[in-house]
Design a binder for this molecule. Structure first.
Ligand code: IMP
Length: 416
């Protein structure tokens, strides 16, 4: 039995979908444990590109059990669409299960996400995905959220909708939010989703007891983590390996392997600090070469050099044993490549990510410059100069690079 976690070490979009897909091939079950359809996981098989937002990306392997765990927030209408999307691809969706403890994103959460963002001043805007993620987690913490298991109890659902709309007050005026209509829509949701809603904690612990292999799939990345990230420019859940246990119900002692996914450079979508960001032509060149546009919102991603302070911190916070480095091919043909190894703050060397963005703003990234590696023939393995880059990552993060990825396809991967 192995229970492994795959998580993003940067600001999301590291290529977790692809790495999860590869590891899922050897797993019996794949599990999402946090976040919602703010995530966008892209998987390329042959000439087919598949995108999933809430169903674990491992679900594209027919026959795998796919679980959306307790710690997720789920827009039920998006889930229904994704179940249909899978079926349309000829992948049976009867093995997709939604935790009865997962919270549901309601239309008024999406509305409030937009209102909150418009109420924030220019420099305070988070740049959320607008999917209602934050407001849904707020209701969860406020103890009036609707969980998937509540759908079986119409009176509970109605009480929670009424309470949520009461709290929204005049902000809902003119929005067309109407309790009767939402309750009625949720009755149809219940009919459609009932076969998928389960006590997934019992299910997963049963699989652990049977000795099955389980893969826990993180969304977003460590620097978007609600506690550890660049608060308040973060998402509203914890993206850490620690939360893989809390968000799935699998006890921490049953988790035995943690994979961290690192993109060969850094990107960020939305607002917030980004020490190694490249403005101008260099950033634009990476964006173009890497196709760096959001899977969920289509927004152009901000691009910059690899920041090993970020990755080193992620390794430490999550006890990552294996790193998967993705999109190395995007740097093919670069004349020179820079890598940030540490920051300087008031004459002191900073090795780990500061806890306050005001301190981060005063940090000066320190780079090592490497000559580019040209256009290596990836089919011949990892070229020597690419190997230097990988060694630099290993030496600076104290984690082994076990997976090297040089393109979106499954076959564009080297396991070391
Ligand atoms: P939210 O998760 O929609 O509340 O957005 C909060 C911040 O997290 C914004 O900056 C988003 O752009 C960012 N974000 C959320 N999900 C992802 C993701 O899957 N990849 C990259 N950025 C994300």
């Amino acid at each position: 039995m192995t229970c492994a976690v795959v998580l993003g070490t940067q600001w999301g979009d590291e290529g977790k979908g692809k790495i999860t897909d590869i590891l899922a091939g050897r797993s019996d079950a794949v599990v999402r444990y946090q976040g919602g359809n703010n995530a966008g996981h892209t998987i390329v098989v042959g000439d087919r590109t598949m995108k999933l937002h809430i169903i674990p990306s491992g679900a594209i392997h027919p026959g795998k059990i796919a679980v959306i765990g307790d710690g997720c927030v789920v827009d039920p209408w998006v889930l229904i669409k994704e179940l249909e999307y899978l079926e349309g691809l000829g992948i049976p969706a009867d093995n997709v299960f939604l935790s009865d403890r997962a919270h549901l994103i309601m239309p008024y959460h999406r509305l409030l996400d937009g209102i909150q963002e418009s109420e924030r001043s220019g420099s305070g805007k988070v740049g959320t995905t607008g999917r209602g993620i934050g407001p849904c987690y707020m209701d969860r913490a406020g103890r009036f959220g609707i969980r998937a298991g509540d759908l079986a109890y119409e009176d509970v659902v109605r009480e929670r909708i009424d309470e949520a709309l009461r709290k929204l007050g005049p902000r809902a005026d003119g929005s067309g939010m109407e309790a009767d209509a939402i309750a009625s829509d949720l009755r149809s949701v219940q009919e459609r989703l009932a076969p998928h809603i389960r006590n997934t904690v019992d299910m997963l612990n049963g699989l652990v007891k049977e000795g099955k292999d389980i893969l826990l799939e993180g969304a977003q990345g460590q620097m978007l983590d609600i506690d550890r990230g660049t608060y308040p420019f973060v998402t509203s859940s914890s993206c850490t390996a620690g939360n893989a246990s809390a968000g799935s119900g699998i006890g921490p002692r049953n988790i035995d392997r943690i994979y961290g996914v690192v993109k060969a450079y850094t990107t960020r979508v939305g607002e917030g600090p980004f020490p190694t960001e490249l403005s101008g032509e260099e950033g634009e060149a990476i964006r173009k070469a890497g196709g760096e546009f959001g899977t969920t919102t289509g927004r152009p991603r901000r691009c910059g050099w690899l920041d090993l302070v970020v990755v080193r911190s992620s390794v430490a916070w999550n006890t990552i044993d294996t790193l998967a480095v993705t999109k190395l091919d995007v740097l093919d043909g670069s004349d020179r490549i820079e890598v940030c190894t540490h920051y300087m703050l008031d004459g002191r060397r900073v090795e780990y990510f500061p806890s306050h963005i005001r301190d981060l703003a005063r940090c000066e990234p320190v780079y090592v410059e490497m000559e580019g590696w040209g256009h290596p023939d990836w089919s011949e393995g990892v070229a020597d100069r690419v190997m230097d880059y990988i060694r630099l990552i290993e030496e600076n993060t104290h984690a082994r690079v076990g997976i090297v990825s040089f393109g979106p396809g499954r076959e564009q991967t080297i396991l070391r």
